[in-house]
Ligand binder design. Structure first.
Ligand code: ACM
Ligand code: ZN
Length: 561
């Protein structure tokens, strides 16, 4: 495959005429998608399987979600070709989905065999079958076509390097619709990612309906211009309001919509992990319920771009009070509703960047430090997180938090998401805690991906190029084999302070998401950046282009199309 690519690159003129020839003679599938992420093992034969009206779908058993998955596949074929493939018909060619627990394949692994007469996907789990389907779908047309759909005869055996292959999206700084979330989930599934970390609350907006506390969304989901407000600044991303109307910007998901997202994700082997931030990053919640903060100031949520320029701690609060009981009761009530919506094993409670100056000045917080024999405000943060962990544990959920939860002592069962480099993750793994690696350099995709000159404004601090993302290895060298087992995997994050449109979001996402997918799915010795960028140019850029999805043009060889 690699040799063939090199040839294509050198002899582009020749290759273009060859392409034209093939197109004229109706063989349009020559510039086939080359798989991303690269499979563990792939042997190509000769000949093709043609998906047509004589093809039927078959699945091995009725009781493990395979039927639903078969219908999902059927819909994809229908969407792209108009052909409605029958299910479990006796005669004709077959596309077969099989679960075989004794197959020897790991969870999420699959075997794909394509001959001229049959396609067979086998796995030990439905997740494995799903990823086999995704590999097949990468060979499908980009958009609805009447052309023949053909797949090359080949055999693939494939499995992921890591079980946690995630993406975090911040919907607080800017709100994204359910439709956009579904688009993101589709891209994740196509590139074999399985964990969607939904950053639902932050200073700038609370995005999830909570029935017991309706003001979280009636107040906390909207930023408004309040005349005379000292901390309010008009956000450049606001649309101009109608004459006489105040500036207003925001949105939230109803519980029904959140459930719809969970169901959509589940069908695609994606777990949705909600993040409800505490004890800091909570200005939006405290705008709705100031009584849960230390000084209880009346406030409204800050605008998305304020980020570092809100320093008016007299007139606004970012933290829940850790000295009073009411904030804990409030958060537990919130989490009860959250757990009803999200069946994920993990609940993310944030824990990052807590400004402890509020607690220093608060009599109740200081009293709590005394009563509980805590060393200082860091101890109070640890107390806060440990209490929440106890609560989650009583409901059979696991607590997940940013690496600041290490400070002042980690809660006994907590899982750490390492963002300030890998230091926190290494410390956690060495002390026997599970870890998800998400170092901001290179995995914050809100940061620049190329020389800032000519790029839309992005997060500073590092330039997270495609290559840097591709070369990322989730297991730090300083961990031994035993410690490395605590690294569940990795995820990238998109914070949206500077990202206010779907187009811009796509631009920050692609192609870096695909490089990440190979970093967490493909084995270390199967990675090759040059080969990867060639595969990107063999169908992936084109697919996005044909589907109206924006992407960063680095490495895009336009002449391929
Ligand atoms: C973070 O970036 N504050 C987790
Ligand atoms: Zn307090």
């Amino acid at each position: 495959m690699r040799h063939h690519n090199k040839l294509l690159l050198k002899k582009r003129n020749f290759s273009n005429s060859l392409m034209l020839f093939l197109v004229l003679f109706g063989i349009t599938s020559t510039v086939q998608a080359q798989l991303i992420p690269a499979p563990s093992k792939m042997d190509k034969g000769s000949g093709v399987f043609e998906v047509d009206e004589n093809t039927s779908l078959q699945f091995s058993s009725k009781n493990d979600g395979l039927e639903e998955m078969t219908i999902y596949f059927q819909k994809q074929v229908k969407r792209l070709s108009g052909i409605g493939l029958p299910i479990n018909e006796k005669s004709g060619k077959k596309i077969r989905f099989q679960i075989d627990e004794k197959s020897g394949l790991v969870e999420e692994g699959y075997k794909l065999e394509i001959s001229e007469d049959n396609i067979e996907i086998s796995a030990s789990t439905t997740a494995g079958v799903f990823y086999g389907m995704q590999s097949v779908l990468q060979y499908f047309p980009d958009i609805r076509t009447n052309e023949k759909i053909t797949l090359p005869v080949m055999e693939i055996t494939d499995e992921p390097a890591f079980g946690w292959r995630g993406m975090m999206l911040d919907v607080s700084r800017h709100f994204y619709s359910v439709e956009t979330i579904k688009e993101v989930l589709d891209l994740m599934a196509f590139y074999k990612l399985n964990t969607f970390h939904w950053h639902l609350t932050d200073n700038e907006g609370w995005r999830l309906e909570i029935k017991k506390y309706p003001k979280l969304t009636s107040v906390g989901a909207w930023r408004q211009e309040i005349p005379g407000s000292v901390f309010y600044k008009k956000d450049s991303t606001y649309a101009e309001p109608l004459t006489g109307e105040p500036y207003r910007y925001g949105g939230f998901y109803t519980q029904e919509q959140a459930r719809e997202v969970v169901a959509y994700a589940t069908k695609r082997n994606i777990t949705v992990i909600p993040e409800i931030e505490m004890p800091g990053h909570s200005a939006a919640a405290l705008a709705a319920y100031p009584e849960f903060s230390c000084a209880q100031p009346k406030q409204d949520p800050p605008g998305s771009n304020l980020w570092n320029d809100v320093t008016d701690t007299e007139n606004m609060a970012f933290n829940y009070c850790a000295g009073e009981e009411a904030p804990f009761q409030f958060l537990q009530d919130v989490l009860l509703e959250v757990m009803e919506i999200f069946p994920s094993e993990y609940i993310h409670v944030g824990g990052d960047e807590v400004d402890k100056s509020y607690w220093e000045k608060c009599a109740s917080c200081q009293a709590r430090i005394q009563e509980e024999n805590l060393k200082n405000e860091e101890g109070l943060q640890s107390y806060f997180i440990k209490r929440m962990e106890k609560f989650l544990d009583a409901h059979n959920r696991k607590l997940l938090g940013w690496d600041e939860i290490l400070e002042g002592g980690l809660a006994p069962q907590a899982t750490v998401m390492s963002w300030r480099g890998e230091k926190g993750g290494i410390a956690a793994a060495k002390s026997g805690h599970d870890v998800v690696m998400s170092p901001s350099d290179p995995l914050y995709f809100n940061r620049y991906q190329a020389d800032p000159e000519g790029e839309p404004q992005a997060g500073p601090y590092s330039i997270n190029t495609l290559k840097k993302v591709y070369n990322y290895e989730p297991i730090p060298e300083s961990l031994n084999t035993e410690e490395a087992r605590y690294v569940l995997g990795s995820q990238f994050a998109i914070w949206t302070e500077f990202i206010s449109s779907v187009e811009h979001l796509e631009y920050m996402l692609l192609p870096r998401m695909t490089a990440f997918s190979e970093a967490v799915w493909s084995s270390k010795d199967n990675k090759d950046f040059e080969d990867f960028t060639k595969r990107l140019n063999q169908g992936h850029y084109r697919r996005w282009k044909n589907n109206g999805i924006r992407f960063h043009p680095n490495y895009f060889e336009k002449s391929e199309y």
